[in-house]
Design a protein around this ligand. Structure first.
Ligand code: SF4
Ligand code: SF4
Length: 475
């Protein structure tokens, strides 16, 4: 424990005053991270490959002829796992959104920024796609630095030109995939294959999206995580001493100091080689503790493990651990501290309740939506036989994948229903409008406004949905 206290008392705190990627004059400092390698990098490569395959294949996957995922905000049409959702189902979306927020909070409380390092699209594209291309074309960080300092000669023009051309091509591919999730792969195919003049808006959207992705991955890079993304800023309130984050074990590592040949080492295990800093894509020093800029990318774990291997010390000086684990000096012998805290239990309960509600709504979600309204500007009519009639408009939404012939019947009170025009058939995933009269005997009226209940049936005489409205009658 003495080591921690000394470390905290003597460490240089100036890193807290500004972003590591900004100099004293407020100018951006370009980060040249060293190419990482090691076990975690290898696992992340595989995981990223799976996620990227899934992302790019997603628009081509159909379930019952419907996309896996479609978020068409423009036409307010949403498809999740082949199920069509309408604006009328928006309450389910709101609940899903709430559950998503609670899940993120719970996940972050337990596992810190695991998502940022392993699954965030920004990190995956930046570190697993664009950065790898950069290493391939320009070399590792020292060569990149040298290339940037070089005057614009043939080599530099060729390397930079190739890199940015490949970057733009990939940005275009990402933009197209992104669009496919919004408008559907069929519409995207038309934009790509038909004359631009026929799809000017779609073409402009594609250019804008690809321009944004290109700018993000070629120039903004880690600034998205450190300046733009709100999730990183929430860490301060979400993390606690039991949250597992990538952390430096100062109990083991401090006091740090260079390793000298033939010297009996009395210092901690950190040999101050700076390898963990060189590999960091956000330019920070993990030894300063948990920081907003740390995207938990694991590069520093791999870098430090390789150093520990070389100097014959156990791996894990930088590792996934909670503050409690570090402070209790767990590594490598002591008991695991308790992970499931009261705070986690409370979030878990809220999440389970929300999931239960969403599940029940999804399960009981009707195949159709019905809206009945008395025709505007009409009151009631008296027939020759003394019965009273009211005129209604009906809108029926078909959420299913097949056209739906329907019949409308009066359920309460007793009376007749007369459709205006032909029998209604609601197109698949479509909407049908109709009008009908309800005719009631005077004896059925309970006042000026009598409640009525209408049933919508399918061709097999199954009741699909009911709707309530009122029937106007004389005083
Ligand atoms: S400190 Fe380590 S885990 Fe955090 S961003 Fe830098 S290299 Fe990645
Ligand atoms: S890589 Fe490990 S040993 Fe080297 S400076 Fe970082 S924490 Fe210390």
């Amino acid at each position: 424990m003495k080591n921690i206290t000394d470390h905290l008392l003597h460490q240089d705190e100036s890193f807290r005053d500004r972003l590591t990627t900004v100099d004293e004059k407020g100018k951006r400092k370009w980060v040249y991270p060293k190419k990482p390698s090691g076990d975690f990098t290898r696992y992340r490569n595989w995981f990223a490959a799976i996620l990227l395959t899934f992302l790019f294949a997603g628009p081509f996957i159909k379930i019952n002829g419907y996309p896996l995922l479609l978020i068409n905000i423009l036409e307010r049409r949403f498809v999740i796992l082949g199920n069509v959702f309408w604006p009328q189902d928006m309450y389910i979306f709101v609940l899903m959104l709430l559950a998503g927020v609670v899940f993120i909070i719970l996940f972050t409380v337990v596992y810190g920024r695991l998502f940022c390092g392993w699954a965030c699209p920004q990190t995956i594209f930046m570190e697993m796609v664009f950065r790898k291309i950069e290493y391939l074309i320009e070399g590792d960080y020292m060569q990149q630095k040298a290339l940037d300092k070089m005057p614009w000669n043939r080599e530099k023009i060729l390397k930079k030109g190739t890199k940015y051309a490949v970057f733009y091509a990939i940005s275009l591919l990402i933009a197209n995939t992104f669009l496919a999730y919004i408008i559907g792969i069929e519409e995207l195919y038309k934009i790509v294959t038909e004359p631009v003049s026929q799809h000017l808006a779609g073409f402009i959207a594609m250019l804008i999206f690809s321009g944004v992705f290109y700018t993000v991955f070629a120039y903004f890079r880690e600034q998205i995580c450190t300046v733009v993304c709100p999730y990183g800023r929430l860490q301060g309130v979400l993390l606690d001493k039991n949250s597992v984050v990538i952390t430096y074990d100062e109990v083991r590592g401090e006091p740090r100091g260079k390793m000298r040949k033939n010297e009996v080492r009395t210092l901690g295990d950190c040999i101050d080689c700076m390898q963990c800093v060189h590999v960091c894509p956000t330019g920070i020093d993990i030894r300063n503790g948990t920081q907003l800029e740390c995207i938990n990318c694991t590069a520093c774990i791999d870098a430090c493990d390789s150093i520990m291997d070389k100097i014959g010390k156990p791996r894990g000086l930088v590792r996934y651990a909670s503050r409690n684990e570090i402070e209790q000096g767990r590594y490598p012998d002591a008991e695991k501290p308790k992970r499931f805290t009261a705070r986690m239990a409370a979030y878990s309960v809220v999440l389970l309740v929300l999931l239960g509600i969403i599940g029940s709504f999804l399960f009981t979600r009707g195949m159709i939506g019905v809206r009945v309204m008395r025709a505007q500007g009409t009151l009631f009519q008296k027939n020759e036989n003394g019965n009273i009639t009211n005129l209604y408009n009906i809108k029926i939404i078909n959420k299913s994948h097949d056209a739906l012939p329907v019949q409308i019947r009066l359920l309460e009170p007793q009376g007749k229903i007369r459709l205006v025009g032909d029998a209604l058939t609601v197109p698949a995933e479509g909407l049908a409008d109709g009008a009908f009269f309800i005719e009631l005997d005077k004896s059925q009226l309970t006042g000026m406004k009598t409640p009525v209940k209408i049933g919508v049936y399918n061709a097999n005489n199954e009741l699909l949905e009911t709707a309530k409205t009122s029937f106007m009658g004389p005083m």
